[in-house]
Every structure is written in structure tokens, then in C-alpha cells.
Design a protein around this ligand. Structure first.
Ligand code: GLY
Length: 398
């Protein structure tokens, strides 16, 4: 595979595209959010005692127990709905979920992985931040403790998946984990114990050093030797190939690094996020919604609308953190607006009446042919988060 030279990736090549905003106003995005709320209302009863499956089948999520890494996204949507509308119906269901998440962490149900942040920042930290409710705080602190237990001192990384002794997973970090770190930063803030923050910071630095390649593309996963702390090699799990750039992984980085910047003040992270964003934006097709792997820039391959929604949130977070003197600030903000506009125009299920998902054309796991060209619940969540970010001064659950 031929990759563009690093020097090029320092620049946003498609600058003209993002020099103006899309031709829509606030009312347009309010209407787009209305559609998400209508979908939530349709799903509220069925997904009170159960949760939507990670991806849909023919645009319909199944009802599952609270056992996947993805269940927090639905609860996060309920908290966003409550925050945006003030309607108690969303809070009532979300509070039931907080109890479910508390039981899950207490009984250690399907928690042998790093996705504690996806699960607990959105379901439980959110509950605590919005309502001051202690159950959310307790559940999230227990989850943070579990996340810490996956840390390797020498390698300075948190292992992503599976048992710590599993030879196939031992010492493996993945770019997605950047979104799990805010749970640790938050835990330090509420407990005063700096251990969580220090570990999160170390993991973020190792991700910056080893997961990001010299051309600002990213590996999905990278192996470290836990005994010696030495870097071993990068490969992919959900991308096209070991040396391609999985679009959702890049999006996790575009969003994850500014979050670590926010909590640590280390400017390396915000600068890196800009480079990752350039790589991503330079590879977008004309409608601004990425293919599932950034090795593809045109043709028949599937898009991943969920990666687009994540990247939009990351671009908004990153541009918000950039100083006014940064002449790229406006471009990144505009690029996010264009992505969200395109999603709202062409990627929602409004032309599929039987759908219970929101965003079509997401890809969960192409190599395994799981959730390909379907709705993915995190795509719905990040699309909603992006819309809320566009409509109010949103205080993050992350
Ligand atoms: N974090 C897993 C995924 O993005 O599919």
C-alpha cells in the first residue's frame, strides 16, 4: 500500500471544502435532533428492561441483556434526551439502567475488557453529573477500579481485551481505549486519588508514541511486552489490513486525544489530534462520510457513518479547545458541520419506516461480516451527541 508522505499529512489538503459552513441554520439541526428523539420515544418501552444490540439486522436492533460493550450508548442517548428536553420519561428509564450497570459491575458480568469508559461514562458518570445521584458515582468508581486492574506497569498500557494471561491478548492496547480514559480522569477528580489520572496519562502517551504512525494514520492495535515494556508490533482487528487505517480507529483518536488534552493539559495530544484529523479529512469522499477503512477513498466499499459521527464529535471537541489564534480552528469546526449535515441529509433511517435505529450505513466488523451497512448503536449515540453539541454548550459525560 502506498501511503501519502508525512509532510503532506501535516496539512489539510481539502481546505477549500471546509472554508465555509453548510447552507443550514439552527432550525435544521433542531429538526435533525427531533428525529432522533422520535426514534428514542418509539424504542423507550422495549429498551427499558433490555438494551439495543450492538448492530442492527435490516436496520432493527434486537433486545439484549446488559452484557455487551455497547449498552451504555443507549443509556447515554437517554441522558442526552433528558438534558436537552428536560423530560422526565428519559430520566426515569436511564435511572433504571444505572441500577442495571451497578449490578453488572458488582457481579462482574462481561467486564473482562477495557470498555468500562464507554459503558460507565455514558450511563453512570452522566447520571452523577446531571442529577448528583450517588448510585451512578459508585458504579462508575467500581468500573474505574476494574479498568485500573488491566494496567501493566512496565509497558505503561491498559490491556484491551480478554484475560491478562491470554497469550493472544497479553500486552495489547487499542486506539479505542482513548475513549475509556476519561473515566479514570474523572475518578481522580472525584476521589482526589491521582493514581487513576497518572495511569490514564501514561496510557495516552504510549498510544501517541506507538499507535500513531509517522504519517499520522493509526494502527488499530499495538502489542507491548509487559515484562520488559518494549514495543512489539502493530496490527489490525477490524480494519482492512495491518498497514491500512481503520476509519473508526482514526475517529477514536481524533476524539480521544483532545479528551486527554482536556484532562492533562499536555499539548502533544491536541497537536496529534489535528494531524489525525488531517489524515482523516484528506481521505473523505465528496459527501464527507468516510469509507469503513481509509485505504478506500472512492468506489463500492461500504461507508462507516458511525466513524463519521465520532469524528464530528472529536472535531468539535478539538476545535473548541484550540486557541482563537489557531488559523485551522474554523476549518475543523466547519468540517464537523459538513459531516453532520451530510449524515442528517442522507444517512438517517427516515426513509425506512420499520427501522428502530437512527443512522444507516455503519459498519461494525467488516472482516467478520458483522453489522455491515447497518445501524450501530454507537453511531446513533455520537450522531445525537454531535447534534446536542451544535445546539447547546454541552458539558461532557466523558
Ligand atoms: N470499540 C469497538 C469498535 O469500535 O468496534
Amino acid at each position: 500500500m502506498q501511503r501519502t508522505d508525512q509532510v503532506v499529512e501535516e496539512r489539510l489538503l481539502k481546505k477549500e471544502r471546509f472554508s465555509t459552513r453548510p447552507p443550514v441554520n439552527r432550525a435544521y439541526f433542531e429538526k435533525a435532533l427531533e428525529y432522533v428523539l422520535v426514534k428514542i420515544d418509539q424504542n423507550l418501552e422495549i429498551f427499558t428492561g433490555k438494551f439495543p444490540s450492538s448492530s442492527s439486522h435490516n436496520f432493527v436492533y434486537r433486545a439484549i441483556d446488559n452484557v455487551e460493550w455497547t449498552t451504555g450508548f443507549w443509556t447515554g442517548m437517554l441522558w442526552l434526551g433528558y438534558e436537552y428536553t428536560g423530560e422526565e420519561k428519559y430520566r426515569q428509564v436511564a435511572e433504571k439502567h444505572v441500577k442495571s450497570f451497578k449490578d453488572r459491575v458488582k457481579n462482574k458480568i462481561a467486564v473482562n475488557h477495557h470498555d468500562m469508559g464507554f459503558l460507565y461514562s455514558l450511563s453512570s458518570v452522566s447520571a452523577y453529573k446531571l442529577t448528583g445521584e450517588n448510585q451512578g458515582k459508585e458504579a462508575a468508581l467500581e468500573a474505574a477500579e476494574l479498568l485500573l486492574s488491566r494496567y501493566f506497569e512496565k509497558a505503561e498500557i491498559i490491556q484491551a481485551w480478554g484475560d491478562l494471561a491470554d497469550p493472544e491478548q497479553r500486552g495489547r492496547m487499542i486506539i479505542d481505549c482513548l475513549m475509556n480514559l476519561p473515566l479514570l480522569y474523572w475518578a481522580s477528580e472525584v476521589t482526589g486519588d491521582q493514581t487513576y489520572q497518572q495511569i490514564a496519562y501514561k496510557h495516552a502517551k504510549q498510544s501517541a508514541k506507538y499507535i500513531v504512525r509517522s504519517d499520522s494514520s493509526t494502527y488499530h492495535t499495538f502489542y507491548m511486552d509487559p515484562e520488559t515494556g518494549k514495543p512489539l508490533y502493530g496490527n489490525t482487528h477490524q480494519g482492512f489490513s495491518d498497514d491500512s487505517c481503520w476509519a473508526r480507529g482514526q475517529a477514536w483518536g481524533i476524539y480521544g486525544f483532545p479528551l486527554s488534552y482536556h484532562y492533562t493539559g499536555d499539548e502533544k495530544f491536541i497537536n496529534l489530534s489535528k494531524k489525525l484529523a488531517n489524515y482523516f479529512l484528506n481521505r473523505l469522499p465528496s459527501d464527507h462520510v468516510c469509507y469503513w477503512d481509509l485505504i478506500f477513498t472512492h468506489g463500492e466499499e461500504e461507508r462507516d457513518s458511525s466513524a463519521a459521527a465520532i469524528a464530528a464529535c472529536g472535531l468539535l471537541e478539538m476545535s473548541k479547545r484550540l486557541p482563537l489564534t489557531d488559523d485551522m480552528k474554523g476549518y475543523y469546526e466547519n468540517s464537523a458541520l459538513h459531516i453532520v449535515y451530510s449524515l442528517a441529509e442522507h444517512y438517517t433511517t427516515k426513509d425506512v419506516p420499520h427501522a428502530n435505529g437512527v443512522l444507516k450505513h455503519a459498519v461494525y466488523h467488516k472482516p467478520r461480516n458483522t453489522g455491515v451497512d447497518e445501524c450501530c448503536i454507537w453511531g446513533d449515540y455520537y450522531y445525537m451527541e454531535a447534534l446536542v453539541r451544535l445546539l447547546k454548550d454541552w458539558k461532557m459525560y466523558w
